[in-house]
Design a binder for this molecule. Structure first.
Ligand SMILES: *[C@@H]1O[C@H](CO)[C@@H](O)[C@H](O)[C@H]1NC(C)=O
Ligand SMILES: *[C@@H]1O[C@H](CO)[C@@H](O)[C@H](O)[C@H]1NC(C)=O
Ligand SMILES: *[C@@H]1O[C@H](CO)[C@@H](O)[C@H](O)[C@H]1NC(C)=O
Length: 353
């Protein structure tokens, strides 16, 4: 071996070492800042799903609807069981009425920012936009649309925040105006409980940042008694969410806040004219209705929903909020009031008074 080839080998080895180091560093960085994997279904609430062959799907969809005695037991009050079109229409009317209410203006309006557009998934083939609202069974909808699309496009990313070209922005506006657009909501406080359980109690193994970064930051700022050494408690979480001065922490947490920011902030319901807003509590009626309204009911069906799984559970809400100060709950409500009003969820007086 000549000294020259030796030198080359060492150089090569050195270069490989550097590449390895850089990769290690980059992967560490990426694992914290990358988009949150979507696991909204949650193990405890997952719905059974079978990827249907197109032909079974059709027969499933055309099965006559079973009569149910209580179509909706959500906190949104009684919803007439009959014509779902009317129910859906009334929801949209409520949204536009609440959007016009100037008292609630800063709780119901939000700019159609990159933050909003980033969560909207596009199915160009069938002209459908779906705004993700974590903890509301989104995984199931994405699976439905994946089946439909073959793949997901998230080509909205970045378009709103200036976009690369004028052309792209035109595309984005025309999609917002012409596509079928929908999202799903559930009781705002129940959603927060679900987010808390999923991200801080169950401690997802592949999302270590909730335990190692976000929980300690919230505890440092919001825990009253520093002596306690337990993990994040619901009380700490609520105090953080209701604090009007929490913005700096939110910025630090980046996109992870999608699991607990308002529907208003996620989907801009007063600024984007949605075609349908589904309710988790009446998903059995909403899911087929949405597929039909989007014109895809002959192609896909929503997975079977195990009975009772979507119903609002007041006992659970009471259990989680028991022992939390009224002042903290009122501040939380003050922040989420827009979500309650827009989507017809009853103000939780049993927690506030
Ligand atoms: C606007 O919202 C406030 C707060 O919820 C409510 O008290 C008021 O009645 C609403 N106004 C109208 C015109 O609906
Ligand atoms: C909305 O505006 C009122 C006063 O106009 C203010 O007190 C409140 O903090 C604002 N809420 C939000 C969420 O910005
Ligand atoms: C409601 O929540 C309570 C408390 O978490 C639980 O014990 C109960 O089984 C739930 N009820 C239903 C119908 O899921």
């Amino acid at each position: 071996m000549t000294p020259d080839t030796m030198r080359h080998r060492w150089l090569l080895l050195g270069a490989c070492g550097w590449v390895l180091l850089i990769l290690m560093f980059a992967s560490k960085f990426i694992s914290f800042s990358s988009r949150v994997p979507d696991d909204y279904g949650g193990k405890s609430e997952s719905l059974s799903w079978t990827v249907p062959a197109t032909k079974d799907v059709k027969s499933q969809v055309q099965e006559p609807e079973r009569k149910r005695t209580k179509p909706n037991q959500g906190p949104e009050g009684p919803v007439e069981g009959g014509d779902w079109e009317t129910v859906a229409q009334k929801r949209l009317e409520l949204v536009s009425a609440v959007c016009r209410n100037s008292t609630l203006k800063n709780l119901t309006h939000t700019p159609i920012s990159k933050f909003v557009l980033d969560r909207i998934f596009v199915c160009d083939k069938h002209k459908i936009l779906f705004c993700q609202t974590p903890k509301v069974g989104n995984t199931q909808w994405k699976k439905v649309l994946i089946v439909l699309n073959g793949k997901w496009q998230s080509d909205f990313v970045g378009v709103a925040s200036g976009g690369d070209t004028v052309h792209e922005c035109c595309v984005c506006v025309s999609r917002l105006n012409t596509y079928f657009k929908f999202f799903i909501v559930r009781d705002p406080f129940e959603r927060l409980i679900s987010a808390f359980k999923d991200k801080f109690l169950q401690n997802p193994r592949f999302e270590p940042w909730y335990k190692h970064d976000i929980a300690p930051a919230i505890i440092r700022k919001y825990r009253k008694s520093r002596a306690e050494a337990t993990g994040l408690r619901f009380e700490d979480f609520i105090r953080y969410l209701g604090d009007p001065g929490r913005r700096r922490l939110d910025q630090q947490f980046g996109d992870h806040i999608i699991h607990w920011v308002t529907y208003v902030e996620l989907c801009a319901p007063c600024d984007v004219k949605y075609s349908v807003i589904g309710h988790h509590e009446s998903l059995e009626r909403d899911a087929p209705y949405i597929l039909k309204a989007a014109g895809i009911d002959h192609l896909v069906s929503y997975p079977t929903i195990p009975p009772g799984i979507t119903l609002y559970n007041r006992t659970k809400v009471e259990k989680y909020f028991s022992g939390i100060g009224k002042r903290d709950i009122r501040r939380l409500y003050a922040r989420f009031q827009g979500d309650f009003s827009l989507f017809g969820y009853r103000k939780p007086d049993f927690l506030l008074n």
